[in-house]
Design a protein around this ligand. Structure first.
Ligand code: FMN
Length: 179
């Protein structure tokens, strides 16, 4: 059987993003998969732009990746207790593309943050923003990497055993959800 196709979506555009590192750890914990990575460097959503030019090619490329994916892993930092602008912008664009791309798609939400809560409120906000698109949320103990600047080694590996265990358990659940 072919390896499942995973789409990773990072809610931070920062080059050294801890959320991207967390996604890399998640993919490794998942095991054999064909991995696509989303590029959220998209135009700002504007209904005037949409009316004048339609769906931008970069947005359609993301929608096509999502359509092709068997499962999705999102990791997003909490910004001021909420979702980042780049992820919300991408979700708004995706919601304007043809078809219900997220509907029924097994989806995991993670987060890594500087703060002590690991961005719990922000992660709830991401889930909240996904609900209108009706993904199949793959739940489990929340993976909230707190004090993220101390939690990854130089190679980008998660140092804490508890985080690794939680991440592996969630990736097993994702694999099971893919059937
Ligand atoms: C605009 C902004 C708002 C932030 N708000 C929060 C916050 O509410 N909670 C928190 O734990 N960290 C907050 N941070 C710190 C982020 O957790 C930290 O910058 C983190 O490394 C961002 O994720 P990244 O490494 O994937 O880019 C904020 C950072 C920025 C730039």
């Amino acid at each position: 059987m072919a390896d499942p196709k995973l789409l990773t979506i990072c809610g931070s555009l920062r080059k050294g993003s801890f959320n991207r590192k967390l996604l890399e750890n998640a993919v490794e914990a998942f095991g054999a998969a064909e991995v696509m990575d989303a590029d959220l460097n998209l135009p700002l959503f504007n209904e005037d732009l949409e009316a004048a030019e339609g769906i931008p090619a970069s947005v359609q490329a993301l929608a096509d990746q999502l359509e092709a994916a068997d499962g999705v892993i999102i990791s997003c930092p909490e910004y001021n207790k909420g979702i980042t602008g780049v992820l919300k912008n991408a979700l708004d664009w995706i919601s304007r593309t043809k078809g219900t791309k997220f509907a029924g798609k097994p989806t995991v939400v993670l987060s890594a943050n500087a703060g002590r809560t690991g961005g719990e409120t922000g992660q709830f906000t991401v889930v909240h923003c996904l609900l209108p698109m009706q993904p199949q949320l793959v739940l489990g103990p929340m993976v909230l990497v707190a004090g993220a600047h101390n939690e990854f080694d130089e190679a980008g590996k998660l140092k804490g055993e508890l985080y690794q265990k939680a991440l592996s358990a969630r990736m097993e659940a994702l694999r099971a959800a893919l059937g």
